[in-house]
Design a protein around this ligand. Structure first.
Ligand SMILES: [Zn+2]
Length: 404
């Protein structure tokens, strides 16, 4: 078998395309494959699909292909512009690459497989291309897959923001709880992000009216955005976030009290955790401190009691438990605890809503750490557009429809 015949077979070329020549330069570690078509060949119009259009003129193009062993490989061809009776003169499409890409489809598929496992910059180094060229490929496939994505079944959401760059910019994530996927990611963390989500949902076959449950932290911007844009959504305030508010109060109390009670120094993490997760020594320290009538110890007991809300058997039991807890907390004469209890009061229904919805933001926290780990490995992203593409790639469960 001649090398041109072998290459033609390996490339899977069909008429009118044939391999006419190959040049291997071992010094440059590069294989160049020349593809051509016979004079008088006819092509389909790329716009209307009409067959048998004659070539009008040609333009020479080169595409990076999968490596030939350890050597870079390139396809070269003169690509015809065809004359279509209906559409005029149009550049024909070639079966091995999409229009305006300098890479073959198979090379792009390799790149897309690699970028879901490592930073784009690392892939660029391995394949010997500049990363801006690879980002163009990433955006193309992610945008296409996003355009096809179906959001018609989305009814329950978790919403949270993630830090984008240097901690100042944010991207808000919208996670479909039932399918555990990011359905939308957008810049900012204000009420407008919810409006943007509602528009995007409608564009993907979903409906804002169909959203029945949303889990968020107590961000006033999200609360406002949901009220304005998701009319049938019940808010559940994330229980870990609710507990954290009481926890922050305990820490505030401890920090103030350690000024007069030096034995509280260095005990911060003991009060943040639950007794059953403490080490033997920490438990002994906690036991010793608990007998000393410290404000911190009382605040801690109130926090433990708040957590126990989530062990109540029903929403009715939960409501009456929370009422008793609120009375206790507001009569504690500990300012930070009273403030925290008032915050709970202002978010009462959304806290109790958990008993019916049973949704929390654990899922979105997991996605968040995935995204932040990728961001750290990549040493950040040049733009939030790049970050969003990676979010969709890692957590969007997109069907990229990569060429095989
Ligand atoms: Zn046409």
């Amino acid at each position: 078998m001649r090398d041109t015949a072998l290459l033609q077979l390996a490339l899977g070329l069909t008429p009118p395309w044939t391999v006419s020549r190959s040049d291997f330069d071992p010094e440059a570690r590069r294989l160049d494959i020349e593809i051509d078509f016979a004079p008088g060949s006819r092509f389909a119009c790329p716009t209307c699909g009409a067959a048998d259009c004659p070539a009008y003129d040609t333009e020479r193009m080169t595409w990076r292909h999968l490596n030939f062993f350890q050597h870079q490989a390139y396809l070269n061809a003169r690509v015809p512009r065809v004359r279509c009776d209906t559409c005029g003169v149009k550049k024909a499409s070639v079966p091995w690459a999409r229009p305006d890409s300098g890479f073959t489809l198979l090379f792009e598929a390799l790149v897309m497989t690699m970028v879901s496992a490592m930073p784009v910059k690392a892939v660029a180094r391995i394949v010997g291309e500049h990363d801006t060229r690879l980002w163009r490929v990433v955006h193309h496939y992610v945008d296409q897959a996003r355009a096809r994505a179906d959001a018609s079944g989305v009814t329950r959401l978790a919403i949270d923001e993630t830090a984008a760059r240097r901690g100042h910019d944010y991207v808000t994530l919208f996670v479909d709880i039932d399918q555990a996927r990011v359905v939308f990611a957008t810049e900012g963390k204000d009420a407008d992000t919810i409006a943007a989500f509602a528009d995007d949902l409608a564009a993907h076959g979903g409906s804002a009216d169909a959203i029945s449950d949303v889990c968020i932290d107590m961000s006033p911007a999200f609360i406002k955005g949901i009220a304005e844009n998701l009319p049938n959504a019940d808010i559940t305030f994330d229980k870990f976030h609710a507990v954290k508010i009481i926890n922050d109060a305990v820490e505030q109390v401890r920090r103030a009290e350690q000024k007069t009670q030096s034995l509280l120094r260095g005990t911060r993490y003991i009060w943040l955790r639950n007794p059953q997760t403490l080490s033997e020594r920490q438990r002994a320290t906690l036991g010793g401190l608990s007998t000393r009538h410290l404000k911190t110890a009382r605040a801690y007991q109130i926090r433990l009691a708040f957590q126990d809300l989530y062990n109540q058997p029903s929403v009715q039991a939960g409501a009456s438990y929370l009422k008793k807890w609120y009375f206790w907390a507001t009569h504690s004469r500990i300012k930070p605890v009273i403030d925290a209890a008032r915050t709970v009061k202002r978010h009462w229904n959304g806290i109790l809503r958990w008993f019916d919805s049973k949704i929390a933001n654990g899922l979105i926290e997991g996605i968040n750490s995935l995204v932040q780990a990728a961001k750290a490995k990549a040493r950040g992203y040049r733009s939030t557009r790049n970050l969003k593409a990676i979010i969709y790639l890692l957590a969007g469960k997109l069907d990229l429809q990569l060429p095989a």
